[in-house]
Design a protein around this ligand. Structure first.
Ligand code: NAD
Length: 295
């Protein structure tokens, strides 16, 4: 296994993260099969095709190079699961819900090749709990691979083992992430939201609650937490819109479900302003409206 080479990647989920992780891999000349749910009507691969169109609109365009674009194969879970047998690395990047991830894992697990690595891009769900339905062999090849958004610019990736992950699996994945994708890897423990989100979402929540308490506008807060700190594009609310407000809601729920003994537990409630936007379906950049109309 020491000569493990990733010749083909499957990315499960063509949303904000999955589509960009796929683009990042093909930019490194690694072919990718990009999966999503089958569309209810019309072309069954419509969700993935729309995601690829979205990638083409980004500037600079990650798929501007035709040769790279040709390395992405489109797929759906109804027709193409057999393609998984030819993939050395499977990265799951579907919505941040343990029950939805488990349902998908049941479907894909029988198709995963015996030596392939399976990894979840979860923001902070327990990696051990995600692996609960697997047989021992797949458990040993499963781990968390937490890319940050946007994955083509953010250097950090957290790698999170289960209690059964074989050490060489982490080493092989780390080699791929660093040597092929040019990332910097931090190994994290399987604690709620791992390291970066435990700190990052804590800070964002504290800021949003204080903004609500003192009636601060989105612009003022983003000026204070973004431009004035020299981070022009990453004020608190703009970051929330880029992450996706539903995803942020799921990450906060993980804190509510798992951190009852934390001294700051009272902070981990969903701010009203966030709950209202989620209820309206204004989920940030991916829906074209969130804290900002256009991000
Ligand atoms: P997203 O909402 O943009 O995309 C989610 C994708 O999951 C969609 O393409 C959707 O069709 C698919 N999906 C929804 N329900 C499904 C189901 N029941 N079965 C199969 N597929 C389903 O989400 P995202 O932001 O790309 O997040 C994906 C994963 O990456 C999550 O686990 C999230 O926590 C994690 N993550 C997100 C960010 C971020 O900033 N958005 C950063 C790091 C990690």
């Amino acid at each position: 296994m020491s000569n493990f080479i990733v010749k083909k990647v499957a990315v499960l989920g063509a949303g904000v993260m999955g589509a960009q992780i796929a683009a990042h891999c093909v930019n490194a000349k690694v072919p990718v099969v990009l999966f999503d749910l089958p569309a209810k009507e019309g072309n069954k691969n419509a969700i993935v095709l729309k995601a690829i169109e979205g990638l083409k609109k980004l500037s600079p365009a990650p798929l501007g190079n035709k040769d790279d674009a040709a390395l992405i194969e489109v797929a759906n879970y109804e027709d193409n699961l057999d393609v998984l047998a030819g993939c050395d690395l499977i990265i799951e990047a579907i919505a941040e819900r343990m029950d939805w991830k488990h349902d998908l894992y049941k479907k894909v697990a029988p198709h995963i090749a015996p030596n392939a690595i399976f990894a979840s891009n979860t923001s902070g769900l327990s990696i051990n709990k995600l692996a609960e339905g697997f047989d021992e062999e797949l458990k040993a090849r499963f781990c968390g691979v937490h890319f940050f958004n946007p994955p083509r610019y953010m250097h950090l990736v957290e790698l999170i083992p289960t209690t059964s992950t074989r050490p060489e699996i982490l080493d092989q994945l780390e080699t791929f992430l660093t040597s092929t994708l040019g990332k910097g890897v931090v190994r994290a423990k399987d604690t709620p939201n791992f390291i970066a989100n435990r700190v990052g979402i804590f800070g964002m929540l504290a800021t949003i609650h204080e903004a609500e308490k003192f009636g601060l506008s989105v612009d003022v807060v983003d000026d204070l937490t973004g431009a004035k700190l020299g981070r022009a594009k990453s004020g608190t609310f703009r970051t929330a819109d880029v992450v996706g407000l539903d995803t942020m809601g799921h990450v906060i729920k993980t804190m509510q479900d798992t951190l009852q003994d934390d001294p700051f537990f009272s902070l981990y409630k969903t701010p009203d302003v966030l709950a209202k936007l989620i209820e309206k379906g204004a989920l940030g950049q991916k829906t074209g409206g969130g804290f900002y109309k256009k991000v």
